[in-house]
Design a protein around this ligand. Sequence first.
Ligand code: AMP
Length: 115
Amino acid sequence: MSTDTIFSRIVRGEAPAQIVYQDEDVTAFRDVNPVAPTHILIVPNKPIATLNEAGAEDQALLGKLLLTAQRIAGEMGIAEQGYRVVINCNAQGGQSVYHLHLHLLGGRRMTWPPG
Ligand code: AMP
């Protein structure tokens, strides 16, 4: 499975995106088709296709992705009211871009269970 997706191109600055945070490990940008008032995607710069492909060597990176979501939630003013962090994995999980990403969703009440 090719891991050179649109998200790798965004990480490398080769495709347009509204980047809200980037460092040597992770990149965060606005989802082009937001499903909540705040909808940010947080991706590892390294192209891991799905959560299934993450390994023990990625333990710190996975933690950093979560802490980045936490920090952006604070910066965007949704931490207090609450938010949701989602990882879709493979077809039944609803994954459409095969570069691991967290969805940070907030600014409205979330429903449960998800559809
Ligand atoms: P998923 O279904 O979990 O794989 O989520 C992929 C997400 O990427 C969807 O919410 C899309 O709206 C979003 N998306 C796809 N292409 C782009 C892009 N070029 N820039 C920003 N978000 C994108």
